[in-house]
Design a protein around this ligand. Structure first.
Ligand SMILES: [Zn+2]
Length: 169
């Protein structure tokens, strides 16, 4: 038997929080409330670690906006610390989801009610996804992308919706 002295490994605090949340497995069902849309293909389900990342990321963002509402400057260390941690966890979350799909997942992954992961490119309304679905090759032809006949209606979500409006005629 080995007589080697075992050294304790102490995880960084922000990781410990995630591990404890995952172990606790006490996630509110309403954490994700967007239902699966018609035609969306289910590609998986979030595991405990991913749920912990998702819930923690949103909680940190909420804490940041609450601090701003209470009068803190956006640039203040208080607010930036929340946002930095949320951003780091978003990265960890993304790696975990992609790893779970052996890095062969779709270009866009959507998260839906019941901790379901869907192929977001199936229903994403951004110009690139719409063009792909229409079988239009956009490679290297940005000009062509501007005149392609694709509907810009429908749902508008975040930056992609904005991009769609900017590129829409
Ligand atoms: Zn898209």
């Amino acid at each position: 038997m080995s007589e080697e002295k075992k050294e304790a490994v102490v995880l960084p605090e922000f990781i410990q929080v995630l591990v404890q949340m995952a172990e606790g497995n006490n996630f509110a069902e309403g954490s994700l409330d967007e239902p699966i849309a018609d035609g969306e293909r289910i590609i998986g389900e979030m595991n405990l670690w991913q749920k912990a990342c998702y819930v923690r990321m949103n909680s940190l963002r909420k804490q940041a906006s609450e601090a701003v509402e209470m009068g803190a400057e956006m640039e203040s260390e208080e607010v930036q610390a929340f946002l930095r941690e949320a951003e780091a966890i978003k990265g960890i979350f993304g790696i975990s989801v992609r790893e779970g799909m052996e890095n062969k997942g779709p270009a866009v992954i959507g998260m839906r009610q019941g901790w379901i992961l869907v192929d977001g490119a199936d229903t994403c309304d951004c110009p690139v996804c719409q063009a792909r679905r229409a079988g239009i090759d956009l490679s290297g032809d940005v000009e062509g992308m501007m005149v392609v006949e694709i509907g810009m209606g429908g749902r508008s979500r975040g930056p992609e919706g904005l991009l769609a409006r900017l590129l829409g005629r």
